[in-house]
Design a protein. Structure first.
Lengths: 304, 441
């Protein structure tokens, strides 16, 4: 029989020796850390090197950053991304929250809740390209379903140029995002509402709290960290939005809906300016890291 | 025998698993790749997905049965094909033995030195039955027009052979108009005459970037405008260029479909095919794929196809959009790939290719009455090729220039900017981009 040595804390002065379990733990995570290093760290370092190099590999300092920042199209893209974010984030959060509260308070049958859950999952699993194609069938000039419906209902008498008018084009691409991602907000907030203790709610009701007071003083406390999570995820997603915008408007009319992701794609794959594209990627990463830290300070998770 | 506890067994198994998991990946990374064989057994073609590679897919099995070489066609959408080829060439990859290339890509690939010369390496010579412009478009540096500064003085070689003889043409409803428009003034007069509710006098393909650029360049050239002059000086803000885009985005737009700023080729073909529009520019693939397609179009036999009408410059200049086959430098099967291209462009084989929907480059096939019966645009295509159509500027910066120019035209179509303001801003952007790339501007 093999007798295992007794586990010891093996603390030495100045430096603690790792126990067998700890060594095993580190060994087990080593392949994962290696994979992260290969697929995240190395590309990031390469992008940083690319951002300070010319096409032939010579180091050129911050020249790529200067060119990126001097390009007026960058500011068009930032403006378009900001408009898109301001449109989609509040709408998705308000709609998602409303649905979550509605279902939480009015739908009590488990079967019906499960059905709503499945329905909410559906938009999240549809490929964005397919959503873009369907949206184009809805908004397209000439044969778009939306124009046909509005016309048959007598709500308009001439075709609305959904994708050719700057304001409407931005609303059209934003509406697709709202359709696809409101269910995500709903699912996160609905799951948060399930963690609210029933006793707290019942006590508040006995004390005469109305629905708004219940929401403001009880539910919201439990949902606050989830709002941070949602804002984090959705901001990251907004930066990655590409497929449906590319299919619906191609960034047009002009550069009205050319979001940062589409602009960076064009700098890299149309202009083949790898240095400027890398500089843009680094700038975006740094800016959004700062933005994230500001958001997390404004809405600290610990408050819950 | 030494026994261990179950807990220890689980730990050791997990540890062994964790350590062994990356081994296949490490072995794969350390391998030297497939060894080169002397006899080619397979040719891999990177092709564009759609009407352009359809006929190629149909005739490739015939070559396979004759040669015994397996033909594999890997398809990509237009944009992705370009990106895939550029990244493959940058890595000198050997994934593809042949690649389909749109002709504006030739400067990029030529400048990169990404392709094997077909003349010096594989003995390709010009065939008198194929218009010289078709060979010129596959030659690098370009035999005529401005040459990029980095390419001046380099010896010319043939790097690509056209397998889709696309040239932009003009189409109109011959059942409504008795005479063909010979000038853009005639086009405007017809647009005005035939425009009525739910029937548009002209269709503008005005979606941002490539669509707006392709649609407007023949008009730009016919008005005497251009993107560059012969010494790479930017001409987008010249009076002729501004007049051309003003004509398209203001004069013709009055009679064009609503939402023209978001219209691409498929939308244009739909309007023509359902009988809701009178005229537009067109490409051969649009004619065979939609406008004259049985079961799809309501205007079969009602359309006429002609070369691009003349403008104030006295010229009507069509635009080349040839698709070529080239052999990447990284291919280890160059000879076999060259044999396939030679087989494909042989007269008999090209005829089979045309009968399967292909667009020929041989004058004899374009003028073949039987083939012309099934392809009513062939005479117009033959005339367009004989008239030496323009190609897009032969610069490796074309993608950037097209994006800037196509966005400016789109802005003018959408009414966001006046043609003059849009082109002036675009000219400044093009000058900056070209200067950064080492061109005089």
């Amino acid at each position: 029989m093999n007798v295992l040595p007794a586990r010891t804390s093996s603390v030495r002065v100045g430096r603690r020796r790792l126990s067998r379990d700890e060594r095993l733990g580190y060994l087990l995570i080593l392949p994962s850390l290696g994979a992260v290093f290969v697929v995240v760290t190395i590309p990031f370092v390469l992008v940083v090197i690319q951002s300070i190099s010319s096409e032939d590999g010579t180091l050129i300092g911050l020249r790529n950053f200067t060119r990126a920042l001097e390009n007026p199209l960058l500011y068009d893209a930032i403006r378009a991304t900001a408009e898109y974010t301001v449109l989609v984030l509040p709408v998705e959060i308000l709609l998602g929250l409303s649905f979550a509260l509605l279902v939480h308070r009015t739908v009590l049958r488990p079967g019906l809740r499960a059905a709503i859950y499945v329905l909410a999952i559906l938009p999240l699993v549809v490929p964005p390209v397919a959503i873009g194609v369907v949206a184009r069938l809805i908004y397209a000039p000439g044969y778009g379903v939306l124009n046909v419906i509005l016309e048959r209902l007598g709500l308009m008498h001439q075709e609305v140029n959904w994708l050719g008018d700057p304001t409407l084009a931005m609303l059209a691409v934003a509406s697709v995002d709202v359709w696809q991602w409101t269910p995500f907000v709903y699912l996160v907030l609905f799951s948060g509402l399930q963690t609210v203790p029933r006793e707290s709610v019942e006590a508040a009701q006995i004390d005469g709290a109305n629905w708004w007071a219940q929401f403001r003083y009880i539910d919201l406390a439990y949902l606050r960290p989830l709002f941070v999570l949602i804002i984090f995820f959705r901001l990251a997603d907004v930066l990655r939005v590409f497929d449906h915008v590319f299919i619906l408007t191609g960034g047009g009319p002009g550069t009205t809906t050319q979001l940062l992701s589409l602009y960076m794609y064009r700098v890299e794959f149309k202009f083949f300016d790898a240095g400027q594209a890398a500089a843009l990627a680094v700038l975006v990463l740094v800016s959004f890291s700062l933005l994230y830290s500001l958001i997390s300070r404004a809405l600290p998770l610990e408050r819950a | 025998m030494q026994s261990i506890t179950r807990r220890e067994f689980v730990k050791r198994t997990a540890l062994a698993g964790a350590l062994l998991t990356p081994i296949p990946a490490i072995l794969e990374a350390c391998s030297t790749g497939t060894p080169t064989t002397t006899k080619t057994t397979k040719l891999t073609i990177a092709a564009v997905q759609g009407a352009e590679d359809g006929p190629l897919k149909k005739v490739a099995p015939m070559y396979q049965s004759q040669s015994g070489i397996t033909m594999e066609i890997v398809e990509f959408p237009y944009d992705q094909l370009f990106e895939k080829l550029v990244t493959t060439f940058q890595a000198n990859g050997s994934s593809y033995d042949l690649c389909m290339m749109d002709d504006p890509w030739m400067p990029k690939f030529g400048t990169m030195g990404a392709l094997q010369p077909l003349d010096s390496n594989f003995g390709f010579t010009r065939d008198s039955d194929i218009p010289s412009i078709v060979y010129d478009v596959g030659t690098w540096p370009p035999p005529h027009g401005p040459v990029p500064p980095s390419e001046q003085g380099k010896s010319q070689h043939l790097y690509g052979i056209t397998i889709v003889g696309n040239v932009e043409m003009f189409m109109y409803r011959k059942d409504l108009a008795t005479t063909a428009p010979s000038s853009w003034d005639d086009v405007l007069a017809n647009a005005m005459k035939f425009n009525k509710p739910n029937f548009y006098g002209y269709v503008i393909r005005g979606k941002a970037t490539n669509p707006a650029s392709s649609d407007s360049l023949p008009i730009l050239w016919s008005f005497g405008g251009d993107i560059f002059d012969t010494s790479w000086k930017v001409m987008l803000d010249s009076t002729e260029s501004i007049d051309a885009i003003t004509f398209l985005t203001q004069s013709l737009k009055k009679y064009a479909e609503p939402g023209a700023a978001n219209i691409d080729a498929a939308d244009r073909d739909r309007l023509i095919a359902i009988g809701q529009a009178f005229q537009s520019t067109t490409w051969p693939a649009e004619v065979t794929g939609v406008v004259e397609a049985q079961g799809v179009s309501q205007v079969i036999g009602k359309m006429a196809y002609i070369p691009i009408p003349k403008g104030p410059s006295g010229k009507g200049l069509g635009m080349m959009g040839n698709w070529l086959l080239g052999i990447p430098k990284g291919s280890k099967n160059g000879s076999a790939a060259a044999d396939f291209i030679k087989w494909l462009i042989k007269s008999d084989n090209m005829k089979t290719y045309v009968q399967n929907g292909g667009i020929p480059t041989r004058t004899s096939l374009l003028n073949d009455p039987a083939l012309g019966q099934a392809n009513p645009y062939f005479p117009a295509l033959a005339q367009s090729l004989a008239a030496q159509p323009n190609w897009r500027p032969r610069t490796d910066q074309w993608n950037a220039v097209e994006t800037i120019y196509g966005t400016a035209v789109n802005q003018a179509v959408a009414g966001l900017k006046s043609p003059k303001d849009a082109l002036t801003a675009a000219a400044a952007q093009v000058r900056t981009a070209m200067k950064q790339a080492g061109y005089p501007s």
